[in-house]
Ligand binder design. Structure first.
Ligand SMILES: Nc1nc2c(ncn2[C@@H]2O[C@H](COP(=O)(O)OP(=O)(O)O)[C@@H](O)[C@H]2O)c(=O)[nH]1
Ligand SMILES: [Mg+2]
Length: 216
Protein backbone atom coordinates (compact mmCIF):
# COMPACT_ATOMS: atom_id res chain seq x y z
CA UNK A 1 0.00 0.00 0.00
CA UNK A 2 1.30 3.41 -0.91
CA UNK A 3 0.89 5.85 1.94
CA UNK A 4 2.36 9.36 1.65
CA UNK A 5 0.74 11.39 4.36
CA UNK A 6 -1.80 10.33 6.89
CA UNK A 7 -4.33 12.56 8.61
CA UNK A 8 -4.74 11.99 12.34
CA UNK A 9 -8.09 13.07 13.77
CA UNK A 10 -7.81 14.27 17.36
CA UNK A 11 -11.17 14.83 19.11
CA UNK A 12 -10.48 17.59 21.57
CA UNK A 13 -12.42 19.18 24.39
CA UNK A 14 -10.32 21.33 26.72
CA UNK A 15 -6.98 19.61 26.16
CA UNK A 16 -4.73 22.69 25.96
CA UNK A 17 -2.30 21.25 28.50
CA UNK A 18 -2.10 17.90 26.69
CA UNK A 19 -1.85 19.05 23.07
CA UNK A 20 1.83 20.12 23.06
CA UNK A 21 3.00 16.66 24.10
CA UNK A 22 0.60 14.88 21.76
CA UNK A 23 1.43 17.03 18.74
CA UNK A 24 5.20 16.83 19.30
CA UNK A 25 4.99 13.06 19.42
CA UNK A 26 3.34 12.89 15.98
CA UNK A 27 5.55 10.78 13.68
CA UNK A 28 6.85 12.24 10.40
CA UNK A 29 4.21 12.06 7.70
CA UNK A 30 1.32 12.12 10.18
CA UNK A 31 -0.74 15.32 9.98
CA UNK A 32 -2.75 16.29 13.05
CA UNK A 33 -6.32 17.49 12.61
CA UNK A 34 -7.69 18.76 15.91
CA UNK A 35 -11.49 18.77 16.09
CA UNK A 36 -12.68 21.17 18.71
CA UNK A 37 -16.14 21.35 20.25
CA UNK A 38 -16.03 24.70 21.95
CA UNK A 39 -13.08 24.23 24.27
CA UNK A 40 -12.84 27.02 26.80
CA UNK A 41 -9.17 26.62 27.59
CA UNK A 42 -7.68 27.88 24.33
CA UNK A 43 -7.12 24.41 22.83
CA UNK A 44 -7.62 25.61 19.21
CA UNK A 45 -4.95 28.33 19.56
CA UNK A 46 -2.51 25.91 21.15
CA UNK A 47 -3.14 23.42 18.35
CA UNK A 48 -2.65 26.03 15.61
CA UNK A 49 0.47 27.46 17.20
CA UNK A 50 1.98 23.97 17.04
CA UNK A 51 1.15 23.58 13.36
CA UNK A 52 -1.99 21.47 13.59
CA UNK A 53 -5.03 22.10 11.46
CA UNK A 54 -8.10 22.92 13.54
CA UNK A 55 -11.65 22.06 12.61
CA UNK A 56 -14.62 23.37 14.61
CA UNK A 57 -17.62 21.16 15.18
CA UNK A 58 -20.60 22.99 16.67
CA UNK A 59 -22.51 19.83 17.66
CA UNK A 60 -21.17 18.53 20.97
CA UNK A 61 -19.99 14.96 21.42
CA UNK A 62 -17.05 12.64 20.83
CA UNK A 63 -18.71 11.00 17.81
CA UNK A 64 -19.55 14.36 16.23
CA UNK A 65 -15.94 15.46 16.55
CA UNK A 66 -14.53 12.22 15.15
CA UNK A 67 -16.98 12.08 12.26
CA UNK A 68 -16.34 15.67 11.22
CA UNK A 69 -12.60 15.10 11.43
CA UNK A 70 -12.82 12.10 9.12
CA UNK A 71 -14.95 14.09 6.67
CA UNK A 72 -12.31 16.86 6.64
CA UNK A 73 -9.41 14.46 6.27
CA UNK A 74 -8.00 14.02 2.79
CA UNK A 75 -5.61 11.09 3.04
CA UNK A 76 -6.62 7.60 1.92
CA UNK A 77 -5.74 6.17 5.32
CA UNK A 78 -6.85 8.06 8.41
CA UNK A 79 -6.13 7.55 12.11
CA UNK A 80 -8.11 8.60 15.18
CA UNK A 81 -6.45 9.22 18.52
CA UNK A 82 -7.44 10.84 21.82
CA UNK A 83 -5.91 14.26 22.42
CA UNK A 84 -5.42 13.88 26.17
CA UNK A 85 -1.90 12.49 26.18
CA UNK A 86 -2.94 9.00 27.28
CA UNK A 87 -1.96 7.37 23.98
CA UNK A 88 1.31 7.65 22.05
CA UNK A 89 1.07 8.86 18.44
CA UNK A 90 4.40 7.13 17.93
CA UNK A 91 2.48 3.84 17.88
CA UNK A 92 0.28 4.87 14.94
CA UNK A 93 2.61 3.59 12.17
CA UNK A 94 2.43 0.08 13.63
CA UNK A 95 -1.37 0.24 13.45
CA UNK A 96 -1.31 1.59 9.91
CA UNK A 97 1.04 -1.22 8.83
CA UNK A 98 -1.66 -3.71 9.85
CA UNK A 99 -3.98 -2.31 7.18
CA UNK A 100 -2.04 -4.38 4.65
CA UNK A 101 -4.17 -7.28 5.93
CA UNK A 102 -7.05 -5.54 7.66
CA UNK A 103 -9.84 -3.03 7.13
CA UNK A 104 -9.61 -1.66 10.66
CA UNK A 105 -6.64 -1.70 13.01
CA UNK A 106 -7.37 -0.86 16.64
CA UNK A 107 -5.18 -0.32 19.67
CA UNK A 108 -5.88 -2.50 22.67
CA UNK A 109 -5.10 -0.37 25.69
CA UNK A 110 -2.55 -1.87 28.06
CA UNK A 111 -2.81 0.44 31.06
CA UNK A 112 -0.12 1.81 33.29
CA UNK A 113 -1.08 1.36 36.93
CA UNK A 114 -3.89 3.74 37.85
CA UNK A 115 -4.55 5.11 34.38
CA UNK A 116 -7.85 3.31 33.81
CA UNK A 117 -10.61 3.38 36.46
CA UNK A 118 -11.92 -0.10 37.34
CA UNK A 119 -15.54 0.72 36.40
CA UNK A 120 -14.50 1.77 32.91
CA UNK A 121 -12.36 -1.34 32.47
CA UNK A 122 -15.16 -3.61 33.63
CA UNK A 123 -17.74 -2.09 31.28
CA UNK A 124 -15.26 -2.20 28.47
CA UNK A 125 -14.48 -5.87 29.08
CA UNK A 126 -18.18 -6.83 29.03
CA UNK A 127 -18.71 -5.04 25.72
CA UNK A 128 -15.57 -6.53 24.18
CA UNK A 129 -16.75 -10.02 25.16
CA UNK A 130 -20.04 -9.33 23.41
CA UNK A 131 -18.18 -8.26 20.28
CA UNK A 132 -16.10 -11.45 20.36
CA UNK A 133 -19.32 -13.45 20.32
CA UNK A 134 -20.14 -11.61 17.10
CA UNK A 135 -16.86 -12.83 15.67
CA UNK A 136 -14.77 -9.72 16.20
CA UNK A 137 -11.38 -10.56 17.77
CA UNK A 138 -11.17 -7.54 20.08
CA UNK A 139 -10.47 -7.08 23.78
CA UNK A 140 -11.06 -3.32 23.93
CA UNK A 141 -13.48 -0.68 22.64
CA UNK A 142 -10.53 1.23 21.35
CA UNK A 143 -10.09 5.01 21.11
CA UNK A 144 -7.08 4.59 18.77
CA UNK A 145 -7.70 3.26 15.27
CA UNK A 146 -6.55 3.28 11.65
CA UNK A 147 -8.70 2.63 8.57
CA UNK A 148 -9.29 3.63 4.96
CA UNK A 149 -11.25 6.86 5.01
CA UNK A 150 -13.88 6.13 2.38
CA UNK A 151 -14.58 2.63 3.71
CA UNK A 152 -15.20 4.08 7.13
CA UNK A 153 -17.53 6.77 5.85
CA UNK A 154 -19.43 4.07 3.93
CA UNK A 155 -20.06 2.22 7.20
CA UNK A 156 -22.27 5.20 8.13
CA UNK A 157 -21.81 5.21 11.89
CA UNK A 158 -24.64 7.31 13.31
CA UNK A 159 -23.88 7.88 16.97
CA UNK A 160 -22.41 11.30 17.64
CA UNK A 161 -21.64 10.87 21.30
CA UNK A 162 -19.80 8.28 23.36
CA UNK A 163 -21.50 5.34 21.64
CA UNK A 164 -19.46 5.98 18.49
CA UNK A 165 -16.54 3.58 19.14
CA UNK A 166 -18.88 0.69 19.97
CA UNK A 167 -21.19 1.34 17.01
CA UNK A 168 -18.18 1.45 14.71
CA UNK A 169 -17.08 -2.01 15.85
CA UNK A 170 -20.62 -3.42 15.58
CA UNK A 171 -20.95 -2.11 12.04
CA UNK A 172 -17.51 -3.39 11.12
CA UNK A 173 -18.52 -6.85 12.37
CA UNK A 174 -21.78 -6.75 10.44
CA UNK A 175 -19.97 -5.69 7.27
CA UNK A 176 -17.50 -8.57 7.56
CA UNK A 177 -14.52 -6.28 8.06
CA UNK A 178 -11.18 -7.77 8.92
CA UNK A 179 -10.43 -6.15 12.27
CA UNK A 180 -7.06 -6.57 13.94
CA UNK A 181 -6.03 -5.42 17.36
CA UNK A 182 -2.59 -4.55 18.61
CA UNK A 183 -1.43 -3.68 22.12
CA UNK A 184 -0.80 0.01 22.75
CA UNK A 185 0.36 1.68 25.92
CA UNK A 186 -2.29 3.55 27.87
CA UNK A 187 -0.94 6.09 30.31
CA UNK A 188 -2.50 8.73 32.51
CA UNK A 189 -3.99 11.74 30.70
CA UNK A 190 -1.70 14.79 30.71
CA UNK A 191 -1.40 16.74 33.95
CA UNK A 192 -3.74 19.72 34.19
CA UNK A 193 -6.50 18.22 32.03
CA UNK A 194 -9.80 16.62 33.01
CA UNK A 195 -11.44 13.40 31.88
CA UNK A 196 -14.71 13.81 29.97
CA UNK A 197 -15.74 10.18 30.02
CA UNK A 198 -14.50 7.48 32.35
CA UNK A 199 -12.85 9.64 34.99
CA UNK A 200 -16.10 10.87 36.51
CA UNK A 201 -19.44 9.40 37.50
CA UNK A 202 -21.20 11.80 35.13
CA UNK A 203 -19.01 10.83 32.19
CA UNK A 204 -19.38 7.14 32.89
CA UNK A 205 -23.17 7.42 33.12
CA UNK A 206 -23.23 9.22 29.77
CA UNK A 207 -20.97 6.63 28.17
CA UNK A 208 -23.14 3.76 29.42
CA UNK A 209 -26.27 5.54 28.20
CA UNK A 210 -24.79 6.20 24.75
CA UNK A 211 -23.44 2.68 24.36
CA UNK A 212 -26.72 1.14 25.54
CA UNK A 213 -28.51 3.19 22.87
CA UNK A 214 -26.19 1.73 20.25
CA UNK A 215 -26.99 -1.82 21.42
CA UNK A 216 -30.75 -1.38 21.05
N1 LIG B 1 -14.42 17.47 20.35
C1 LIG B 1 -14.77 16.74 21.40
N2 LIG B 1 -13.87 15.95 21.98
C2 LIG B 1 -14.25 15.23 23.05
C3 LIG B 1 -15.57 15.28 23.59
N3 LIG B 1 -15.61 14.45 24.67
C4 LIG B 1 -14.38 13.92 24.78
N4 LIG B 1 -13.58 14.39 23.81
C5 LIG B 1 -12.18 14.03 23.57
O1 LIG B 1 -12.16 12.63 23.36
C6 LIG B 1 -11.02 12.07 23.96
C7 LIG B 1 -11.44 11.04 24.98
O2 LIG B 1 -12.05 11.65 26.08
P1 LIG B 1 -11.46 11.50 27.54
O3 LIG B 1 -11.95 12.63 28.38
O4 LIG B 1 -9.98 11.29 27.49
O5 LIG B 1 -12.13 10.16 28.04
P2 LIG B 1 -11.51 9.18 29.14
O6 LIG B 1 -10.23 8.67 28.59
O7 LIG B 1 -12.53 8.10 29.30
O8 LIG B 1 -11.33 10.01 30.36
C8 LIG B 1 -10.21 13.24 24.52
O9 LIG B 1 -9.26 13.63 23.54
C9 LIG B 1 -11.27 14.31 24.73
O10 LIG B 1 -10.73 15.63 24.65
C10 LIG B 1 -16.51 16.13 22.95
O11 LIG B 1 -17.66 16.24 23.34
N5 LIG B 1 -16.05 16.84 21.86
MG1 LIG C 1 -8.69 9.73 27.95
Amino acid sequence: MLVDEIDVVLPCLDEAAALPGVLRAMPAGYRPLVVDNGSRDGSPDVARSLGAEVVHEPRPGYGAAVHTGIEHARSEVVCVLDADGSLDPGELPDLVALLARADLAVGRRVPDAGSWPWHARAGNAVLAAMLRRKGLPVRDIAPMRAFRRQDLLDLAVEDRAFGYPLELLLRAAAAGWRVVERDVRYGPRAAGTKSKVSGSVRGTVRAVRDMAAVLR
